[in-house]
Design a protein around this ligand. Structure first.
Ligand SMILES: Nc1nc2c(c(=O)[nH]1)N[C@H]1C(S)=C(S)[C@@H](COP(=O)(O)O)O[C@H]1N2
Ligand SMILES: [Mo]
Length: 510
């Protein structure tokens, strides 16, 4: 038994060393080709939509660390088995490690923009892991005395085996850490001075959050801005070599560099982004000030006057695709290729160096991050990542209100308090928010400052929490659209075109 465990540990150690070496190589080439991450990305892409929906609902944005952890754990279990096999039948064990590595290599190669260099980390992992396993098995075998009938004075001591194993573990940690450092260093964004916007946004109003704590701030701090994408590692992009190509059904294909964007007139707009996966009451929504080049200015340079296209197929630096209805994106709304949010260059997780923003459409059909290509085409001809997985092609953001305070199930003292939150109906706007206490009359809430139809609106209602007596009370809120019609009370899941329903929470009053 003990022997088995030792051999299992050899398998694990050999794999750790291989994976760490590969991670280091990937840091120097493409971080996404690191074996565990490459396999993880393939799992993400192959996961059926219902399972993914479940994972997002269950784990939220921790779904990624959980996925990477699971892949890693799975690899280690298989490595342990390989280690045990290698004890009696070395080739079988080593073959199993090679098989694991082959899966990682195939996963790295499977990505749309993968080149031959993307298998390099997997090859390194394979060579290092098999070499380490060979070494460990030999060492242990000779110590066990199985290779030689009688242990000689030259046979390694138990201490010798432990020292080798320790050295390997230390090397794995060092290489893993070095890989991380290098990836970080490569991702640092060079200083950027943004030119003044040709069309600046009006002065940004002061939000209600100061006076009514608990309500989401009117402008979401970038560090708190929700992040949703399929990536397990951020792409490393040098904005000096980054380009944006507009091709497909256009008069002339054009390719612009980052400096070309800076030379075009920049617009500044306050726009609230929303993810289609946001549940009623959920956190995947945020508002900020975006700076960028008007989408139609860019399309005009390529010429789409006579296009038969009905979609813009955006492609990111790794070949991930997002489709956007052309008519909506060019109907006069402030769609743009953004290069900054909240006055700063886009952070890497929000699409550095450039992304699309289209007010009024859920992010999965509009907000392509790390964008590098816009192809004018038709839905018949080309399909995109999420629409291939059953999500709707047209997905306007639904009218929605969210209660930020009080928190569900919180305890409130009797007396004067307030109910507050945010509501949004991008591009179309809203005229009010109403609150209902314990199924009574809908009461008009007060709206916070107006930062435009593309932006969310804060709201609050003063409530005398004691007036209905102690105990549990139910609070519900709904928004009214531009015509005064309330948001739909029909409950719908995020799939396939966004959640609907009226949020309702229970609080207890003492
Ligand atoms: N390249 C790329 N762009 C992407 C995504 C992605 O997975 N890859 N996710 C989209 C989705 S579903 C949403 S909701 C928004 C979220 O943008 P944020 O992470 O900046 O908030 O980005 C969109 N753009
Ligand atoms: Mo999304």
């Amino acid at each position: 038994m003990r022997n088995r465990l030792v051999h299992a540990a050899h398998g694990v150690l050999a794999t750790l060393l291989g994976v760490a070496a590969a991670h280091l190589v990937a840091a120097l080439t493409d971080p996404a080709s690191s074996p565990v991450l490459a396999v993880g990305s393939t799992v993400v892409d192959l996961t059926p939509t219902p399972v993914k929906e479940w994972a997002v609902a269950r784990f939220g944005t921790s779904d990624k660390p959980i996925l990477i952890g699971s892949v890693f754990a799975g690899v280690l279990v298989l490595s342990a088995v390989a280690g045990m096999l290698a004890r009696r039948r070395f080739l079988l064990g080593a073959g199993m490690l090679v098989g694991l590595v082959a899966v990682a290599g195939a996963a790295a190669l499977d990505r749309p923009t993968a080149g031959l260099s993307d298998v390099l980390p997997a090859v390194v992992a394979g060579v290092v892991a098999v070499a380490a396993l060979t070494w460990l098995v030999r060492l242990a075998g000779s110590r066990d005395g199985r290779d030689r009938p009688r242990a000689t004075a030259a046979s390694p001591t138990r201490r010798g085996v432990l020292i080798s194993a320790g050295a390997m573990a230390a090397a794995a940690v060092a290489m893993g850490a070095a890989g991380r450092r290098i990836t970080r260093a490569r991702g640092v964004i060079k200083d950027l001075t943004l030119p003044a916007a040709a069309e600046p946004a009006p002065a940004f109003p002061e939000g209600l959050e100061g006076r009514y704590p608990g309500i989401a701030p009117l402008r979401t701090p970038t560090a708190d801005f929700y992040r949703i994408d399929t990536r397990l590692t951020l792409p490393v992009i040098d904005r000096d070599t980054w380009t944006l190509t507009i091709d497909g059904d256009v008069d002339q294909e054009i390719t612009l560099g980052f400096d070309d964007l800076l030379e075009m007139p920049l617009i500044e707009r306050d726009i609230t982004l929303t993810c289609v996966s946001n549940e009623v009451g959920g956190p995947y929504v945020g508002g900020t000030r975006w700076t960028g080049v008007r989408l139609t200015d860019l399309l005009d340079r390529a010429g789409i006057g006579s296009t038969a296209a009905d979609q813009i197929l955006s492609t990111d630096v790794d070949g991930m695709t997002i489709s956007t209805p052309l008519d909506l994106a060019t109907d006069g709304r402030d769609a743009m290729i953004a290069i900054a949010m909240d006055g700063q260059p886009l952070p890497r997780d929000h699409g550095y160096p450039a992304r699309m923003v289209v007010p009024g459409l859920y992010g999965y059909v509009s907000a392509c991050k790390w964008i590098t290509r816009m192809t004018l085409t038709t839905y018949d001809e080309k399909t995109a990542y999420w629409t291939d997985r059953g999500w709707a092609i047209e997905a306007p953001i639904k009218l929605m209100s969210r209660i930020d305070t009080p928190r569900p199930l919180s305890n409130i003292k009797a007396g004067k308090t307030f109910v507050g939150g945010v509501a949004w109906h991008q591009h179309r706007g809203l005229t009010g928010v109403q609150v209902r206490i314990d199924g009574g009359e809908w009461q008009d809430a007060r709206l916070g400052p107006d930062a435009g139809n593309d932006y969310w609106r804060q709201w609050y209602l003063v409530w005398d929490a004691g007036s209905s007596g102690p105990g549990q009370h139910t609070l519900a809120a709904r928004a009214l659209d531009e015509n005064g019609e309330p948001q739909s009370a029909a409950r719908a899941t995020p799939f396939p075109d966004g959640a609907s329903g009226v949020q309702s929470i229970v609080v207890s009053v003492a």
